[in-house]
Design a protein around this ligand. Structure first.
Ligand SMILES: [Zn+2]
Ligand SMILES: [Zn+2]
Length: 398
């Protein structure tokens, strides 16, 4: 039994595009908010394990990687909708008791906490570093100070948004008929159960009712005129589907590797086997929802055809072996030369290689690599290996 069930991915969570996003404007542009409405299941052909289906506020609904093949298309913006609450914590800015959603604790001041809204609205000293607590029971993740970091405006179903009935609507003609717009007058929680999970909407006839936007994983509304919903620091939100142990490392240092670094792959063969199983079933659904194929850039061993992605034969050779970073892609993924081949990895699958940790790398190989280091430092173009597709050539949906 999971000691902290709220730490996992759950329906109802509110999300924004994340580090491995390459799906164009499906979210309505960066800062667009969506709701997790379905979780992937092991063995499902359309939505495999470690993927989720997101209903974007502006109407698009499709699936994304939440750890699938090591990639994270989404960031968790808010988990108050699944009932995350810190019963004994008060936000020291807005004074709300029993802080809902993620908790942000100052590392400089004694006993000083903020809620997500206050943290993202630049309350308290920007030079003070904070710890992020995803749930009441999760371990803290230390963040850099907010000062000078990129802050993205949020857009979607917030107070002031113009909305029509959405995918889970089951409220008859309360809206005055399909397509008739209303105005969001408030976002609030549902009793004590969930937070920021329902919207009060006033319709043309003047009636006001409450509708689900995350509560129980349902979305009753669709946004036709989005409203500003504040901001978020994209570097400070957790990657959806990433285990907390890894998050600590990645949050502190979003791109830990450089060209020329020696790295070791962390994935084990079981994980890889699971990826292969899931991969075959991914494509049909992708086509159906306007994402033509999933090019699993992470880690994808030189696919000559989509079906041969994650070819089982060469894969295990890379696992646990030491490789060298030969290219850092714009999306943060890395091209790594290992075992005579080149592979693309998410940095989350790699650790820095330190010789004292592994005496297996023989001296001759080290000497040879040192000699060729100068050559490798020049920019490596697309000429990796036959069949190589760079992440840039992955299909972009529009
Ligand atoms: Zn607050
Ligand atoms: Zn402080």
């Amino acid at each position: 039994m999971d000691p902290d069930p709220q730490a996992g991915v759950q329906v109802g969570m509110r999300v924004v595009r994340g580090v491995d996003w390459k799906w164009g404007q499906q979210d309505g542009g960066e800062g667009g908010v969506g709701t997790v409405v379905e979780l992937g299941r092991h063995g499902s052909p359309s939505t495999p394990d470690r993927t989720v289906v997101v209903q974007w506020d502006q109407g698009t609904r499709t699936n994304y990687r939440a750890g699938y093949l090591g990639a994270h298309d989404l960031l968790l913006y808010d988990n108050a909708q699944i009932g995350v609450r810190h019963p004994n914590i008060i936000c020291d800015c807005c004074k709300k008791h029993g802080l809902r959603g993620m908790r942000w604790k100052c590392r400089v001041c004694l006993d000083y906490d903020l809620c997500t809204q206050c943290y993202m609205h630049n309350k308290h000293e920007l030079a003070h570093a904070f710890d992020r607590y995803e749930t009441a029971h999760s371990r803290p993740v230390t963040l850099s100070p907010r000062q000078g970091l990129l802050r993205i405006p949020l857009r979607g179903i917030f107070q002031g948004a113009k909305v029509v009935r959405g995918p889970d609507w089951e409220w008859g003609s309360q809206d005055g008929g399909e397509g008739k717009p209303g105005r969001v007058v408030d976002i609030r929680g549902w009793d004590v159960e969930t937070g920021r999970s329902v919207a009060s909407v006033t319709w043309a006839d003047g009636t006001t009712n409450v509708y689900r936007v995350g509560h129980k994983g349902k979305v009753d509304l669709k946004c036709v005129g989005e409203a500003a919903g504040g901001f978020y620091y994209k570097d400070h939100l957790p990657r959806l589907g990433k285990p907390a142990e890894l998050q600590r490392r990645v949050s502190a240092d979003s791109q830990p590797f450089q060209h020329g670094d020696k790295v070791k792959c962390l994935l084990d063969t079981d994980v890889l086997r699971e990826m292969q199983e899931g991969h075959g079933g991914w494509n049909p659904r992708m086509a159906e929802v306007s994402r033509p194929t999933v090019e699993p850039c992470v880690p994808s061993p030189l696919p000559p055809t989509p079906a041969a992605c994650c070819d089982p034969r060469p894969s295990p050779q890379a696992l646990g072996r030491v490789g060298k970073v030969v290219k850092v892609f714009g999306d943060g993924n890395l091209r790594v030369a290992v075992a005579g081949q080149r592979w693309t990895f998410s940095p989350s699958c790699l650790v820095a290689y330190r010789p004292e940790e592994d005496a297996n790398l023989d001296v001759a190989e080290r000497a040879r690599e040192n000699k060729s280091a100068a050559q490798l430092r020049r920019p490596v173009g697309g000429g990796a290996a036959p069949g190589h597709r760079s992440p840039q050539s992955c299909p972009q949906a529009h």
